[in-house]
Design a protein around this ligand. Structure first.
Ligand code: SF4
Ligand code: SF4
Length: 466
């Protein structure tokens, strides 16, 4: 796939049938290369896809990427999104050249939104000033307070990274850069929902967070390179654990933080309860396929989670990007999310909110043995059923012209004076103590051993304790 050509595919004179007016493309200028060695990173293994590659996007590919991305969009705004590996390894000059190219190709009146997902460890004042100058939105990856973050997010020497990440975050805050936080939910921090949430809200001081479940499939040889195999690594979050994690954070959020803290999963859930059609998260939409990934050499893939040979669409040095995005196999990729749901999902009472989540996680079997059920199903179902009552309250408020945040006062009144053995006000028929006041298992962060004191082997053993 590392093809060599200097030709420049011209924009097609007629737009391919089915081409979307806009789409999302994650660019990986360093491919899989990162300065850290996070134990669960699915992308580090992808280095094997390009043996011998230097893993640096060339200026030629960069220019074609920017030009074709802009040409492909029929909207007034285009998102230029960088991810990795670690994109800051490209150096600041690469992104300065990007800004020059954007100005060269941008249509008059067209807005460009620049985003970057980074581990934050290589940031300095110069980076932060650049981000501020060009209005970048930066996503920083933090897995919670130090003992939780440092379990898996370590550098190449196995050393903890929390302090470096927080230094990067504080630099962004100092320069007034817009940022949000991405937290992966794994087997360890999955037991500490409130510690994670309160840390992100109160200490990392973010008002926008997203929680991504770690689901690392392994095959019979123990490899995680491609989406294959029916078991998961010991680092992967357990299905019920993920449901408890989201539910516990939701309960805190819906009583205290609606309207001031944005949690991506909750926002998407509310949109689906409102029947808006697009949740804002591909995993909770009926179909997908409009979120692709481009490698350092111009290879385009169906999705960031499917950077593997079976989902290779072509290279932008040989085919114009919009032809690849509109290719029948890419459209089928997106429709398959809906069309391959097992019967169990089709009959599920929360399918309108879940839609079977991401196809990459559909490697379990339904209770009657049909393949294709999402590994996270039990937790997703728990979560969506748990939030039904407050979601309906918020929908009612919004439809009557009120604000969603008014739900906090409504809930306070609904739960006032209700004893633990009384029926839960949500109408589930269960006692309050078995429903919305159920104690969330949270072992207490003080139980975590100091990350500095743990070797890599200790970490694995500790994480596999369940
Ligand atoms: S495969 Fe999963 S992550 Fe990729 S676009 Fe579809 S739902 Fe989203
Ligand atoms: S909760 Fe489970 S059964 Fe329901 S749609 Fe989601 S994956 Fe399917």
């Amino acid at each position: 796939m590392d093809t060599m050509t200097t030709s420049r595919p011209a924009a097609p004179l007629t737009r391919p049938v089915g081409a979307p007016p806009a789409f999302h493309l994650l660019a990986k200028p360093t491919g899989a290369i990162c300065n850290l060695d996070c134990a669960y990173c699915f992308f580090l293994d992808k280095e094997a896809l390009y043996p011998g590659s230097k893993f640096r996007m060339s200026d030629d590919v960069l220019e074609q990427y920017i030009r074709q991305l802009i040409e492909s969009h029929q909207t007034d705004s285009v998102n230029i999104a960088w991810q990795g590996g670690e994109p800051t390894l490209m150096g600041l000059d690469f992104f300065r050249r990007t800004m020059t190219l954007v100005e060269k190709y941008r249509r008059p009146g067209m807005n460009t939104l620049h985003t970057m997902q980074t581990n934050g460890t290589l940031l300095d004042d110069e980076w932060a000033a650049f981000f501020k100058e060009h209005g970048f939105l930066i996503g920083i990856s933090i897995d919670g307070p130090q003992p939780l973050h440092d379990v898996y997010r370590v550098d190449k020497g196995g050393k903890p990274t929390f302090d470096k990440v927080m230094r990067g975050l504080r630099l962004l805050q100092k320069h007034g850069v817009e940022y949000n936080i991405l937290t992966t939910v794994n087997r360890v921090n999955g037991d500490y929902p409130l510690e994670v949430y309160r840390f992100l809200r109160d200490e990392a001081r973010t008002d926008w967070m997203q929680f991504i479940p770690v689901v690392e499939r392994i095959n019979a040889d123990g490899l995680t390179l491609y989406q294959e195999g029916g078991t998961v690594s010991e680092r992967s979050v357990l299905p019920e654990q993920f449901g408890r994690f989201l539910s516990a954070i939701f309960d805190e959020w819906v009583r205290h933080d609606v309207g001031r803290i944005y949690v991506q999963t909750f926002e998407a859930t509310l949109r689906n309860w409102l029947g808006m059609g697009a949740s804002g998260m591909c995993v909770f939409n009926e179909t997908c396929g409009a979120g692709l990934a481009i490698e350092h050499n111009g290879d385009l893939y169906s999705c960031d989670h499917f950077v593997e040979p079976d989902y290779f669409l072509g290279n932008i040095r040989e085919h114009h990007m919009i032809e690849l995005v509109a290719a029948p196999r890419q459209i089928k990729f997106g429709l398959d999310k809906r069309d391959t749901l097992p019967r169990y999902c089709l009959q599920c009472d929360v399918r309108f909110a879940c839609h079977g989540e991401c196809p990459k996680n559909r490697f379990s079997a339904t209770p009657d043995g049909e393949p294709g059920l999402n590994y996270l199903c039990a937790g997703l179902k728990t979560f969506f059923q748990h939030v039904d009552f407050p979601m309906k309250l918020m929908v009612g408020l919004l439809r009557r012209g009120h604000e969603a945040r008014e739900v906090m006062a409504v809930l306070e009144r609904a739960f006032a004076g209700v004893q633990r053995n009384d029926p839960c006000p949500c109408g589930s028929g269960r006692k309050l103590k078995q429903c919305h006041a159920r104690a969330q298992p949270s072992p207490g962060i003080s139980r975590l051993p100091s990350p500095q004191a743990r070797s890599a082997a200790d970490r694995t053993e500790w994480a596999a304790r369940e």
